[in-house]
Each structure stands twice: as C-alpha cells, then as structure tokens.
Write a protein that binds this ligand. Structure first.
Ligand code: FAD
Length: 388
C-alpha cells in the first residue's frame, strides 16, 4: 500500500494549484459581482481565454483519449485536479472534454457530436430527469414513437444542467414501454434545431438548470446513441462517473473554506484574545480537518478503483454521500467562525453555502446513496471490513 502521489502526479497537482491561484482566484470578486447582477460568473469568451491558457500548460482534455487530442490523465489525476480546481468557486472547467457516453457515438455521430463537443464548438446536456421521475427512473414517461425513418419525441425533462445553453441534448425516452426502463429506454442525440424548447429554472444557487419541452420533435433514426433500448446502461454510466467527481469537488471547496476559517480565527479578537485560542473554535477546525481528510481518501479510493477498471459503484456512493455532507458541515462551521461577516455577501462563504446544498441532491440524493450502500451490504455484495 502506498498513499503517496508519484513525482509526476505531484508536479501536475502543483501546476494546477498555481494556475488556480494565478488565473482563477483573482477573478473571484468579478464572478461574485456578475452573478449578483444576474449574469453568468464567467462569460463564454473569458472561459475560452482561460481554457486556452490552461491548454498551453498541457491541460486540455483531462479525460479525453489521446487520439482525440486529450491528455487522458485517468481517474486518480482527475480526482486530484478536481480537488485543486474546486479550491475556488470560479466556474471554470478545462477545455477539450465531452460526456463519457458520447464515446458511444458511431463514426458519423462522432463527427457531428463528439468531436465538436471536445473542441468546444458545441455544448451538450444530459436529459434524464422528468417532473415525475428523479430518483425513481422506473417512472420515466417520455415516449419516442417510430414513424418511418424517424422517431417522434413527446414529453418533458426537468432540472437539466446546461439545458438552456446546450446546442444538443442526450435525451432518454421510452422506445419499448412494455419492457420498462431497463430494457426499453433509448438515448437520442437531439439538436435544438429539431424543435425542443427550454426554460431556465432559478434556484438557490448561483446558476440554474432548465426544463426541456418536446412536442412532436422528429429525430432521425441515425441519431440513436449506443443502440436501440440501450439507454439505461448509458444513463447509469454517465451518473456513475459523476458521483465521485462531486466528492472531489467537496474536498477542494472544504479545504479552501477551512483555510479561510483558520486565517480569520487567528486575527479576530474577542474578549482580549484571538478566537483561535477558544476551544469551541478549535474543535470546529479540528473536526473539519478530520472530515476533509476522510473524504479525500474515500474519493481517491473510488478514483483508484476506476483507474484499475474495477467496479467502483459502491465506493463512489460512499465517497459522494460522505463528501457532499462533509462539505455542507464544513461550510456551516466556517460561516459560524466568521460570525456576522460570514453571513454577508462581502465574503463568498454564503455563495458556497448555497451552492453545496445541491451536492446532496443531484447525481443520486443522500437517501439513494444510503439505499445503494445498505442494499450492497444486506445482499452480501460488499462485506463489512472487506474493502477489496
Ligand atoms: C441543480 C440541479 C441540476 C440537475 N442536473 C441534472 C441533469 O443535468 N440531468 C438530469 O437528468 N437530472 C438533473 N438533476 C435532477 C436530479 O438528479 C434529481 O433532482 C435527483 O435525482 C432527485 O430527484 P427528484 O428531484 O425528483 O427527487 P425525488 O426523487 O422526488 O425525491 C424526493 C425526496 O425523497 C427521497 N427519496 C426518493 N426515493 C426514496 C426512497 N426510495 N427511499 C427514501 N427516500 C427517497 C429523496 O432522497 C428526496 O429526499 C438536477 C437537479 C438539480 C437540483
């Protein structure tokens, strides 16, 4: 067993940390101002400019295979890099990547969807959830009915990240309702020009997803992704990858917040002493540190399993459940340590506080992660104390 990063991994980590400090953190004030005035934190031009700078350092397509021009750094490096990136709330992502399921495109689809997405020319969104079906995907109702060489889509999707900005959607619809969701669901690549509409959903966070409406949207049959009735497997693959990424985000953000709390507690004096000298404050700092470390190792373990091409679904659920809750506890303590200032919009703590709440909801709620973990234990798929 070796907990150390290799020299190369450490070098990459340090380069990303320096990039975040030099290029992203100075934009935090501007991002807050933009968001408070109802604009995106970073506009598309600024995002592209930053992505280009990162590209010059070799950060392009972190997970993208080399044949598509990516760096293909693998799951462990992705976790390490995500932790570093989330030390700031500036909504930056490295360029050159695409949703994992778009690699199921056939050759023709690759030209129209995968490659333009990698190149940043087109934007995708993943449209599974419906008003009546979130955790319970077996309740999905959206239908696709064959008519000649086309499929006709009718229904509504809700809470779709990037749904208002995307050029095309990966839409899941029932093609064989008799067989149910596991065997009768298909994923379609649906361009906005094919006729779907979207509307923005304001949330307590600084950004919002969208509702998508399909009324007799005609989709050519060559736009089926990954084969007829193969949608469930694709959906699970997409969601599975996202789970431990959220845990990595949680670690990065909580690290930065804890650093802010340590700094503030050293300088804030009450009753003649810095608050850092009070046990009440020290315990909040210590508990936060312990929980961040626990989440870090759960995250890296899930990433390591993915790197070994092992089934990491259980580890990913554990990391996501713990990481998302840890971050929500840490931000609450850090806000408390900052007193009244923590509650103001002078500081970004309240922004993190609002944003992190959704980590306990999307990509499988807390309750769904607990359900998965308990089911694995009760059915004997995973044994207590037996990690590997
Ligand atoms: C900001 C945001 C972005 C999102 N982005 C996307 C996206 O890009 N694409 C997409 O397809 N979806 C997206 N979602 C949807 C998200 O995945 C769902 O909201 C989530 O899965 C929960 O579904 P629900 O909201 O329908 O809640 P429900 O499933 O109705 O659950 C309501 C409550 O009941 C609990 N519950 C449900 N079933 C059980 C059970 N069996 N036992 C115990 N408790 C249970 C839940 O945990 C929750 O607390 C997004 C959501 C948000 C808020």
């Amino acid at each position: 067993m070796d907990f150390r990063l290799t020299e190369e991994q450490k070098m990459i980590q340090e380069t990303v940390r320096a990039f975040v400090k030099r290029e992203l953190m100075p934009l935090e004030g501007e991002v807050l101002r933009n968001e408070r005035e109802g604009r995106p934190g970073l506009d598309r031009a600024k995002l592209r400019e930053l992505q280009q700078k990162a590209r010059e350092l070799g950060f392009w397509g972190i997970n993208t295979p080399e044949e598509y021009g990516g760096a293909n750094l693998g799951p462990i490096m992705t976790a390490v890099i995500t932790i570093e990136l989330y030390r700031t709330f500036v909504p930056f992502t490295f360029g050159g990547s695409a949703d994992n399921i778009l690699y199921s495109c056939n050759e023709e689809q690759k030209k129209r969807y995968l490659i333009p997405t990698i190149n940043g020319e087109r934007r995708s969104c993943f449209a599974l959830t419906e008003p009546g079906a979130g955790s319970d995907v077996s309740n999905l109702k959206m239908r696709a009915v064959k008519d000649g060489h086309e499929w006709v889509l009718n229904g509504e999707k809700i809470f779709i990240t990037n749904g208002n900005e995307a050029d095309f959607a990966m839409v899941f619809a029932l093609t064989d309702p008799e067989k149910g969701v596991r065997e009768g669901l298909t994923c379609f690549l649906v361009d906005r020009e094919m006729g779907w509409r979207s509307s923005y959903i304001p949330t307590m966070g600084s950004w919002g997803p969208a509702a998508l409406y399909f009324e007799n949207v005609r989709v050519p049959e060559e736009n089926i992704l990954g084969g007829l009735n193969q949608g469930y497997q694709l959906a699970m693959k997409w969601i599975g990858a996202g789970r431990w990424h959220i845990a990595a985000r949680a670690v990065g953000a909580a690290e930065r917040l804890l650093e802010m709390a340590i700094e503030y507690s050293r300088t804030r004096v009450t009753f003649g002493k810095p608050i850092a000298e009070r046990q009440a404050i020290q315990w909040m700092i210590a508990d936060s540190y312990v929980e961040i470390e626990a989440a870090r190792w759960l995250t890296l373990f899930a990433a390591w399993q993915a790197e070994q091409q092992m089934d990491n679904r259980h580890a990913a659920s554990v990391a996501k459940l713990y990481g998302a809750n840890m971050a929500n506890r840490v931000v609450d303590r850090v806000l408390q340590i900052h007193g009244g200032m923590g509650y103001t919009k002078e500081l970004p703590i309240e922004r993190w506080y609002r944003e992190m709440r959704v980590w306990r909801i999307f990509e499988g709620t807390d309750e769904i992660q607990r359900f998965i973990i308990a089911r694995n234990l009760l059915r004997g798929h995973v044994k207590v104390g037996e990690t590997l």
